[in-house]
Ligand binder design. Structure first.
Ligand SMILES: Cc1ncc(C[n+]2csc(CCOP(=O)(O)OP(=O)(O)O)c2C)c(N)n1
Ligand SMILES: CC(=O)[C@@H](O)[C@H](O)COP(=O)(O)O
Ligand SMILES: [Mg+2]
Length: 650
């Protein structure tokens, strides 16, 4: 084993750690000191970069204890969601790069295989850790050079069905596997659901758990025959006491609840279990989200996701969002409230993203018509399908990327049954700092190919208001509208809503020769591109499709027949709006030598490596890029003059 240098207790310990193996030779006092330094370093670093601070602060001691006991990277440490892994990154050789967190070519905000051997499995979408961990455990038992497997999963992540699918399988297989339930009673907002109450109850039955743990520990030290007898007695006691918990009943050995901030206790327990543990083991650690930083502990969301902030006060550096135009999210929330005020059948559903989707505002106005189902997108969709079948008008508000998790429910329970579920799809397109795992790139592709689905995208927040009204009134099958993260264009919001003609787009600016057909907020970039091109004597027609499905075939055919160049622009992947336009033109026999067609989408590489700077400029969906495509298609000299006037850069 490569010898790691012992730490001197003089200088800050964190400065001496360049390999987590060094923690295995530290005393309890040193590990406690290291935890203090690690917490301070994390807070200071995130105050300059922003990020998911609260959840990392909740697992500082757990991170230190796990690395002090387990032999990473041979022992696999898998973080669920991975948003709490900043301290893990600092301890595993990435401290010097923390300034690049969530930036172009920088450290991911989540765990990422390509980033470090200490990240054996990528995360960012919740509740995958136990499934992946079990996979590693089976691989180990089939001969792979893998040691122990430790999955750290939060109580929020434990509200997702996938976690129970994994527990169900792990409990049956009986493989040695460690699951640490990091229970801080928080998701992004306070945890919801019966499972969360169950965990809380376990914390209230401490004496029973203490006895149980004492007996378990004692049993481990006895010779086998006696030990088996002791364990049988224990189990009988629990049955009699009617106690026990879901994990015990599903084949796990449950230990806890333990104080997730007590490093010596955690180390002692983990060491004992690593030595004596058999089969799947669940350690229930009770922590505080935002622990150790008062501004975080005092805030409602415990600094779940923050921008840069003042280290002393915790106050955000950037002015509050109120200064910029209202976000699409706020416009959606306010519009849904207005619709619900006149329609008692409107219901709002979120999957643990109440504030992020605007359902929190809706819930304030209509508490008995708002449902936060936890991190359970699959359930959310079929729950909405049941509501629709029951005659209600459910709005299922789920981020584009998280909706991917419920695809079969969308197809099987909603589309094929032709149920009028309304999908409010936020974070459509690139999202910036959360990167590729959160890009809302695929919803146009995965919805526009489904039978009976109506798929809309507003060009601005005024259009969004009309689409919410249109969706509420539309009872003829599933209908979705998708819109981007962040502020709108600042356009004036309509007093009176208009129900749009389903499947009908609009001409926004008349022109000739070139037609730009956009879907969603790229309309403003297309208009800006046209303004640039006017300087070159090119006056494009600009059209807003409004619908990806049903396609406005009359509009598409009219544009194709009366222009030499047709360019479709969308914030989505190949297979979405533009693909359907091309498909229709081929079917209509309109693809001929006289017509050039282009479909501008988010290129694969931009989706795969998306980051703040890889927003629309890099994704080639901004005015410069659109203008450049037009010039190139018309074989117009890209000379210096043109480049300069167009400021076109690639
Ligand atoms: C499938 C999915 N849905 C929603 C989210 C958004 N999300 C990120 S973290 C989080 C809460 C996680 O709570 P918990 O697991 O308890 O971790 P904590 O933040 O409390 O440490 C949610 C809902 C996600 N990452 N993945
Ligand atoms: C970690 C996670 O998945 C969420 O916190 C996500 O980062 C929220 O995204 P928004 O910031 O766009 O709401
Ligand atoms: Mg939690």
């Amino acid at each position: 084993m490569q010898m790691t240098k012992p730490v001197q207790s003089s200088t800050p310990l964190l400065d001496q750690v360049d390999d987590p193996k060094q923690l295995r030779r530290m005393s309890d006092a040193q590990l406690c000191q290291l935890s203090k330094e690690l917490r301070a370093d994390t807070i200071s670093s995130v105050s300059r970069t922003g990020g998911h601070l609260g959840s990392t602060l909740g697992v500082i001691e757990l991170t230190v204890a796990i690395h002090a006991v387990f032999d990473t990277p041979r022992d696999k440490l898998i973080w669920d969601v991975g948003h709490q892994a900043y301290a893990h990154k600092i301890l595993t050789g990435r401290r010097a790069r923390m300034a690049t967190l969530r930036k172009e070519d920088g450290l991911s905000g989540f765990t990422k295989r390509s980033e470090s051997e200490y990240d054996p499995f990528g995360a960012a979408h919740s509740s995958t850790s136990i499934s992946a961990g079990l996979g590693f455990a089976v691989a180990r038992d089939m001969g792979a050079d893998i040691g122990d497997v430790v999955c750290v999963i939060g109580d929020g992540a434990m509200s997702a069905g996938m976690a129970y699918e994994a527990i169900n399988n792990a409990g049956a297989l009986g493989k040695r596997l460690f699951v640490v339930l990091n229970d801080n009673e928080m998701s992004i907002s306070p945890s919801v659901g019966a499972a969360s109450s169950h965990f809380a109850n376990l914390c209230r039955t401490l004496p029973v758990v203490e006895i149980d743990r004492f007996l378990k520990r004692g049993a481990k030290l006895l010779p086998d025959p006696l030990r088996i007898g002791m364990e049988r007695t224990q189990r009988a006691m629990k049955e009699l006491a009617g106690s026990g918990n879901i994990f015990d009943h599903l084949g796990f050995q449950y230990y806890g609840p333990v104080d997730g901030h007590d490093v010596p206790d955690l180390v002692a327990l983990l060491r004992a279990l690593k030595t004596h543990g058999e089969g799947p083991i669940l350690i229930h650690a009770v922590t505080r989200k935002g622990a150790g930083y008062d501004p975080a502990e005092q805030s409602n969301d415990k600094f779940h996701g923050v921008g840069t902030f003042n280290l002393v006060t915790g106050a955000p550096d950037k002015p509050s969002a109120k200064a910029s135009p209202p976000s699409y999210t706020k416009v959606f929330g306010d519009s849904l409230i207005k619709e619900a005020a006149q329609d008692p059948s409107v219901v709002g559903i979120t999957a643990a993203m109440a504030s992020g989707t605007g359902i929190a505002a809706f819930a304030k106005a209509f508490p008995d018509r708002a449902y936060d189902v936890g991190i359970a997108e699959q359930h959310a969709v079929t729950f909405a399908a049941g509501l629709a079948a029951g005659g209600m008008r459910p709005f299922c508000a789920i981020y584009s990327t998280f909706l991917q998790r419920a695809y079969d429910q969308i197809v099987h329970d909603v589309a094929l049954q032709d149920l009028p579920v309304r999908f409010a799809i936020d974070r459509a397109g690139l999202v910036g700092a959360d990167g590729p795992t959160h890009a809302g790139a695929y919803d146009l592709a995965y919805l526009s190919n489904l039978p009976r689905f109506t798929v809309m995208a507003p060009a601005d927040e005024a259009e969004l208001v009309h689409m919410v009204a249109t969706a509420r009134a539309y009872d003829h099958g599933p209908i979705a509208f998708r819109y981007p993260r962040g502020a709108g264009t600042g356009v004036e919001l309509p007093e009176k809503t208009v129900e749009l003609d389903i499947g009908k787009g609009r001409i926004v600016r008349d022109g000739r020769t070139v037609a730009l057909l956009t879907l969603g907020p790229r309309l403003s970039e297309a208009l800006a591109a046209a303004d640039m091109l006017n300087a070159r004597g090119i006056f494009p027609t600009i059209a807003d499709a409004r619908f990806a499905k049903p396609l406005d075939t009359e509009l598409v055919e009219r544009l194709a027949r009366s222009h030499d160049l047709l360019i479709c622009v969308e914030e989505g992947a190949v297979g979405g709006f533009g693909s359907h336009v091309l498909h229709h033109l081929a079917d209509a026999d309109l693809i001929n030598s006289g017509l050039q067609i282009r479909s501008l989408t988010l290129p694969d590489e931009n989706i795969a490596q998306a980051s703040p700077e890889a927003m629309y400029a890099k994704a080639r969906l901004d005015a410069n890029s659109i203008a450049k495509v037009v010039l190139r298609c018309l074989s117009i000299d890209q000379g210096e003059g043109v480049e300069k006037s167009l400021k076109v850069t690639f």
